[in-house]
Design a binder for this molecule. Sequence first.
Ligand SMILES: Cc1cc2nc3c(=O)[nH]c(=O)nc-3n(C[C@H](O)[C@H](O)[C@H](O)COP(=O)(O)OP(=O)(O)OC[C@H]3O[C@@H](n4cnc5c(N)ncnc54)[C@H](O)[C@@H]3O)c2cc1C
Length: 467
Amino acid sequence: MVKSRVVPKQTIETDYLVVGCGAAGMAFADSLIDASSAQIVMVDRRHAPGGHWLEAYPFVRLHQPSAFYGVNSLPLGSETIDRHGPNEGFYERAGAAEICGYYDRVMRERLLPSGRVRYFPMSSYLGEHRFVSAVSAEEVEVKVRKKLVDATYLEGRVPASSAPPFEVAAGAHCVPVGALASVREKPAGYVVIGAGKTALDACTWLLDGGVAPSDIRWIKPREGWFINRKYLQGGELVGTMFEGISLQLEAAAQATSMDDLFARLEASEQLFRVDARVQPTMFRGPTISFGEIEQLRRIDEVVRLGKVQRIESDRIVLDGGTIPTSPGHLHVHCAAEGLNPAPERPIFSAGRITLQSIRIGLLPFASALIAYVEATRDDLEAQNRLCPPSRQPNLPEDWARGMLIGMKAANRWSKERDIADWLDRARLNMLRGLEQHGSEPHVQQAFMRFGVNIRPAISNLERLCGS
Ligand SMILES: Cc1cc2nc3c(=O)[nH]c(=O)nc-3n(C[C@H](O)[C@H](O)[C@H](O)COP(=O)(O)OP(=O)(O)OC[C@H]3O[C@@H](n4cnc5c(N)ncnc54)[C@H](O)[C@@H]3O)c2cc1C
């Protein structure tokens, strides 16, 4: 009998132990080495940096421009404006392969050559500053001189790695969204299950591929609000983004109720919904173009009977009823949780940093700013004042809460000279370069609208959010 080898325990020392090499951990490490002389150990159980993007469906794209995604020190993509397709007129959006290649470059060309970062892929964090390699079974203890950085707190769930939240009986055909790219024979029909960005992507991808709308049945447990992509552009189009912010503030200042707020946001084209007859009960933050909305409106067979409980070979059982299906139908699982609903917790605490968003959704930006604040300030209270956490959005009112948190934080940043300078330099700051567009008439108008509405908007949002 062969005795299992006892693997020796190794101890290493560092300033920061970053657990998680997804978008959050990578943006944090990149910004920290720029702003300090700190040493970092980075650990991830995956084989490469990039987090969930490594197992994303093949046709996924960022919903926002590449121009302000990734890390500060390296551009993602070539910052060009698309000249065709549903994203025409807007900045390019990277797909999964490009994003994974990008994070690989960030690690190989920026972090490791700094000589201050050590990276341990295929390694699971065990707690108490210890991790273990899946391939060597070697356990490593890390002596952390400064802080543990938890870049896993908002780890999301994607269909490729999470089973459907419903039963699938023998004889029924159900696949995660990514398997659509492996279809070799047209099924009797496609049944797309989910109401978030993944389901939207699945439907538009099928329609763009020439599938007739009548061949798609879309099971939507909820209707969502989506951000008009026109107003989430940076670079040369940053003035339009600011115009959008000023219109959002105007709506926030004048709204008489939460429903009225969303009616105003829709009227000023800040938010879209696919079906104008249904009041949305969801806001998760993705952007969409009007072209994509028009495409999605071609699907007539939308099932609104709540969540799927079970798919059988000849019927689908939902919370609110049953609909027919067949073994020849392809059921497409787009019902993973996606964004992590973890509650907000202080970003800075003794010996620990928990990476979370500050402006709605924009986690890479927040992670980079948090690193800068960590490098330049010691006092926990001051750090937390500059970096108030904003949980991942889920409900419409989360738009209002997120706006409030983001506006209050931006006000504090504007009063700290070095942070204002950092924001001017940071490619992850979506509003970077706005001053250069200050002479454009629509931007001047937006500045006036912003000035008139900022205070009333904050107090009205506080009233609407009950805070
Ligand atoms: C389809 C899709 C599209 C999106 N598009 C955008 C977009 O356009 N813009 C945007 O801002 N956001 C977008 N998001 C949100 C996205 O979640 C964030 O941008 C970001 O990628 C999240 O990064 P993260 O580092 O928090 O999480 P993850 O990418 O999940 O990374 C967490 C990492 O932690 C590691 N880990 C967890 N536990 C351990 C452990 N115990 N030991 C070791 N390692 C561990 C995991 O292996 C993982 O690599 C999108 C999300 C999805 C699903």
